[in-house]
Design a protein around this ligand. Structure first.
Ligand SMILES: Nc1ncnc2c1ncn2[C@@H]1O[C@H](COP(=O)(O)OP(=O)(O)OP(=O)(O)O)[C@@H](O)[C@H]1O
Ligand SMILES: [Mg+2]
Length: 503
């Protein structure tokens, strides 16, 4: 980095706001000089008499730059610089050194210092270097914002929405892995976007203008699957009246995507292995070897390693596929992305249904944030599509969110704390059973039959337990007056069995 010179135009940087500067120097006189100088220029200045103090400060308030003395008792300037960079790796740090020791200065620059100044320094020198440092920091920040913006707008990831850190990692991996021909395994629960990722691997590769072929083996019997994959010659089997090209040939120079690879029967797996290794195969009934140049991408929502252990998936194929694995996080592990996804689907289905500018109320969004999304993005997409179709106003409120999402407060086991003196197992279980029944009855509005359904037990069993635990129904009773006005009688303990017997 070239050293800044004091002759630079001090007036440059007009209009830019001054910044906040951390000064770490053990000499009081130096701190005072710097404070006076920088404050006069409009900077906010905080002083620290040693590295530890300075590090404490920067951990609590952000700074735009730091000026650090090289020679300090305790932690020296270089170590302080390293610690500062750990906290904020873009922080410009100016080193001040009393000895014009080039070695020291070079070490500091190598460790990421922005520049160094030798004592005694000229005021202008400090100001110019600092101003340049701040300008550069702003530029870096602006560039990053610009880049992120571009990335968000460009079609690089098609319609794959996600800003959460697990999704960013996925994007990084795609960028790195897409250009090569390496086989990629995409692992993720149903509805997490495996197919989207497979397509984007293709789109971000040099093969993007060639075919992207999806193989959905489903429950196809092996011979039919193989004739689909490898094609067949005329007369290869009864009904093979014409020769047929297989999907591998159609995918030549492009990408072939095996959706749910775990469904491929063992005998076909062996043939697949050969294509992956040799990039060649024969048509069914054929003698000619056909060479192809294909990128293989596979997806699975099951644990293939477990399948290997169970003997349902070939180990050698597993290792061939497992070269690079993209692990797609379930939606519940990246709930930060929910608002973005909602926005995306509102636009998508709003356009389709001529209902643009639809919005969710805060309540509705809260419900979506709380739900666990076992069906992942696909389930969220369905919920938004339904709400858009059913909506009549400009806002989508909680009433348009399906019941199962609304009432998704999950069952939570209590935290058990066993006291040192121990506890009676029997009593705990009895108490637990009783409370579980009480809560379920409450959720079922006192209706035993519904409560039994919720607990997956027979109503008669539940009824027995209710009697055994002497559970008295507590529910809201509604009384309707002669005039038709409704009043609620809260939390009435009631012996009347009719309240809780099967309705
Ligand atoms: N990150 C995302 N951004 C936008 N849409 C997404 C995202 N992830 C998934 N989707 C949408 O969710 C739906 C399901 O995605 P996809 O078919 O890729 O999931 P999958 O993992 O292949 O599911 P399955 O295992 O059930 O086949 C699609 O409509 C897809 O467009
Ligand atoms: Mg899929």
């Amino acid at each position: 980095m070239p050293r800044s010179s004091a002759s630079s135009d001090l007036a440059s940087g007009n209009g830019s706001r001054p910044g906040s500067i951390l000064v770490i120097d053990d000499e009081e006189i130096m701190r005072e000089i710097l404070e006076a100088l920088l404050t006069r220029e409009g900077y906010e200045v905080r002083l620290a008499a040693n590295a530890a103090e300075g590090l404490d400060l920067i951990r609590s308030v952000p700074f735009d730059a730091a000026i650090v003395d090289m020679m300090m008792p305790g932690m020296d300037g270089i170590s302080a610089l390293e610690e500062l960079k750990k906290i904020d790796d873009e922080l410009p740090v100016l080193m001040i050194t009393a000895f014009a020791s080039v070695e020291n200065a070079i070490t500091a620059m190598k460790r990421g210092a922005y520049d160094y100044i030798t004592k005694p320094f000229k005021n202008d020198e400090v100001l110019v270097v600092l101003r340049n440092a701040l300008a550069q920091r702003r530029l870096v920040a602006e560039n990053r914002a610009l880049r992120q913006n571009l990335q968000a707008r460009s079609n690089r990831f098609g319609a794959i929405i996600g800003r959460s850190s697990p999704m960013r990692q996925v994007f990084d991996l795609i960028i790195q892995a897409a250009p090569s021909r390496t086989t990629i395994l995409i692992n993720g629960e149903s509805g997490t976007g495996k197919e989207l990722i497979a397509r984007s691997l293709h789109q971000n590769s040099a093969r993007s203008d060639r075919a992207f072929i999806t193989v959905n083996s489903g429950n196809l019997p092996p011979d039919l699957l193989e004739s689909n994959l490898f094609g067949h010659v005329k007369g290869a089997f009864t009904g093979a009246v014409y020769p047929k090209k297989g999907l591998f040939e159609l995918a030549d120079k492009g990408t072939i995507f095996f959706d749910e690879i775990g469904n491929i029967p063992l005998e076909t797996q062996a043939k697949l292995l050969r294509v992956i290794q040799e990039r060649e195969f024969m048509r069914l009934g054929g003698v000619e070897t056909i060479k192809v140049d294909v990128r293989i991408v596979a997806a699975t929502n099951v644990d293939l390693r477990r399948m290997v252990e169970e003997g349902k998936f070939r180990e050698d194929l597993y290792y061939r596929l497992h070269v690079i694995t993209v692990q797609l996080p379930p939606l519940r592990e990246r709930k930060d992305d929910i608002p973005l996804l909602v926005q995306h689907f509102l636009e998508k289905y709003g356009e389709e249904n001529q209902k643009t500018h639809l919005e969710l109320t805060a309540d509705a969004l809260d419900l979506l944030q709380e739900y666990d999304w076992p069906g992942n993005v696909r389930e969220l997409e369905n919920v938004i599509e339904r709400a858009v179709v059913l909506s009549t106003g400009a806002k989508i409120d909680a009433d348009l969110i399906p019941d199962h999402v609304r009432s998704s407060k999950r069952f939570q086991m209590p935290q058990f704390i066993v006291p040192p003196e121990g506890i009676s197992f029997k009593e705990v279980i009895t108490d637990f059973e009783k409370r579980l029944i009480e809560s379920t009855l409450e959720a079922a509005g006192g209706v035993q039959k519904r409560a039994a359904e919720l607990l997956h037990i027979k109503p008669t069993t539940l009824n027995e337990m209710i009697k055994r635990h002497d559970i008295r129904p507590r529910r809201k009773r509604v009384s309707i007056g002669r005039s038709g006005d409704v009043s609620e009688l809260d939390d009435v303990a009631d012996d009347d069995q009719s309240l809780i017997t099967n309705h």
